[in-house]
Ligand binder design. Structure first.
Ligand SMILES: NC(=O)CC[C@H](N)C(=O)O
Length: 223
């Protein structure tokens, strides 16, 4: 099967309602020339959403982000957008994209419900339990220059974890090493499903831009 790659300049949006959106905007602006990005847009309105080719939903607080999206009339336009347009959810963004979340507040929480995975919110504990781990990442091979290591420094902050894959088309991209011999399999922290990318970690907080390059490539294959 040949995949057609769209090489025209892209407008990439970052949902800017709450959380770590500025950090993604900074990375995307750094990549603008080499990756042929024409505009990086902070998305707060339906009109802005309508002007972009691909979207990043950042980390932050998923309940607050969903609440602000609802109050600003953006939740339905977002639901429509993520059905077909390339979207990357990092951390809180992963929770929002998922179709099922556990450890949520009492009355559950509003989800966009397009990524067929079950996530456990705050699986890796609280802010003080944040950690970084460097792991080989073969999925980044296409964006790793020769001579460079294929390890990536993964930053986890009150991170969710994918505890259920609910569709055989979901590809597991990164699985953590097991933390005890009793554990059969490590935690799944990055998945791809059609035009959607979901990651538990915060690549925008490192100096390594390869996950952003990976997403831009993915976006080009799906627009
Ligand atoms: N760093 C993060 O984005 C944390 C997400 C947080 N666990 C939530 O539920 O929204």
């Amino acid at each position: 099967m040949t995949i057609s790659i769209d090489s025209r300049p892209l407008n990439i949006g970052v949902l800017a309602l709450q959380g770590a959106f500025s950090e993604h905007v900074i990375v995307l602006n750094k990549l603008a020339n080499t990756e042929n990005i024409s505009k990086v847009i902070e998305v707060r309105t339906k009109e802005q959403l309508g002007s972009i080719d691909a979207l990043i939903i950042p980390g932050g607080e998923s309940t607050t982000m969903a609440l602000i999206a609802e109050r600003s009339g953006l939740i339905e336009p977002l639901r429509e957008f993520v059905k077909t347009k390339p979207t990357w959810g990092t951390c809180a963004g992963l929770i929002l994209l998922s179709h099922k979340a556990t450890n949520t507040k009492k009355n559950g929480q509003e989800l966009l419900g397009v990524l067929p995975v079950t996530v456990s919110r705050n699986k890796f504990g609280r802010q003080v339990d944040s950690f970084t781990i460097s792991l080989p990442s073969p999925c980044l091979d296409a964006v790793t220059e020769s001579g460079n290591s294929n390890s990536f420094p993964y930053v986890f902050i009150r991170a969710p974890c994918i505890i259920g894959i609910d569709d055989p088309l979901v590809q597991e991209l990164i699985v953590l090493p097991t933390s005890s011999p009793a554990e059969e399999k490590g935690d799944i922290v990055a998945v791809k499903y059609k035009h959607l990318l979901g990651t538990s970690f915060h690549p925008e907080l490192t100096n390594d831009n390869r996950w952003h390059q990976y997403f831009i490539n993915m976006a080009r294959e799906n627009i």
